[in-house]
Design a protein around this ligand. Sequence first.
Ligand code: ACO
Length: 329
Amino acid sequence: MDLIQIMKGKACKKTTTIVLPEGTEERTVQAAGIITKEKIAKVILLGEKNEVEAVAKKLNTNLDGVTIINPIESEKYKEYSQDLFELRKNKGLTFEAAQELAKNPLYYGALMVNKDDADGMVAGAQNTTGDVLRPALQIIKTEKGISSVSGAFIMIVPDCEFGEKGVMVFADCAVNPNPTAEQLAEMAYLSAKTAKALVGFEPKVGMLSFSTKGSAQHELVDKVVRATQIAKEKYPDLDVDGELQADAALVPKVGSSKAPDSKVAGKVNVLIFPDLQSGNIGYKLVQRLAKAEAVGPVLQGMNKPVNDLSRGCSIEDIVNTVAMTALQC
Ligand code: ACO
């Protein structure tokens, strides 16, 4: 059975409610029907009821069991506006502005999750990553002790001997354009947790660079060296090493020749990229050139699960992301 099927199976065993704010978006409506039919999660679609139902009718999608909420007409709208005002008044948000924002389904969805009226949120079929993340970061915020949220991908590479038989976790591919050494160290820890929780393997984390163990000198390399030191000190149980080039991280022969004293070189299954340019480009290259499946981004470090979709996503991507979100709950 493949990883996606296993994740869906596990999600079915939990009772979670996931809010999908883009309730009139066609793929989202179709996904809502499938998720409900397969009992992966309970679904709340946000939008004007007649409009959502018209989309479902047009697409011949059965929405029995799906809850539809129109933010502005809902009984919770006032309460959520007040919640948002309380959360953001010290940032200069007025009550009137909070009332306006609470009408926005992306804000309303995050406010539902904040109040435990939903367990998680998935959006992004229609909205940019920034627009999905901003309300989540402002309202749901990071989990205790975590300073920044990052985005990991579970990469499933066919016919590949690297990582765990071709399964690897890549991060950060979605959120922090230019992370500090401290943020990179934290990403190493969070990505290891993601690997354990969602894929179930023992994480071996490689801090990637264009240098292996001092082969090149540059301030960009220094940041990765510092991040590795912080990760080792702050998370002593984490199997992490760096700085490593991608081949030294993944290929046993190269790892043992370039980093002979490293416990993880050549065996890395969690790859931490030094910045968002390399992480985002890296996962897309592997996805396209190696025909890999890229599951994610899994947002890690959030107080409650919120996940972002690509605007080019398929119905299946939405279903899979909801299953993954349910597992994070
Ligand atoms: N973790 C936790 N909190 C964060 C993070 C983070 N990584 N980044 C920002 N925040 C917080 C800020 O502290 C701020 O909180 P506050 O308002 O309570 O003080 C709030 O979020 C808003 O932060 P800003 O920096 O003002 O907001 P910004 O508009 O810059 O949005 C965002 C942050 C959306 C994450 C931005 O960094 C971004 O757009 N990142 C790139 C996303 C992207 O385009 N990814 C590539 C595509 S995704 C893909 O291909 C899979």
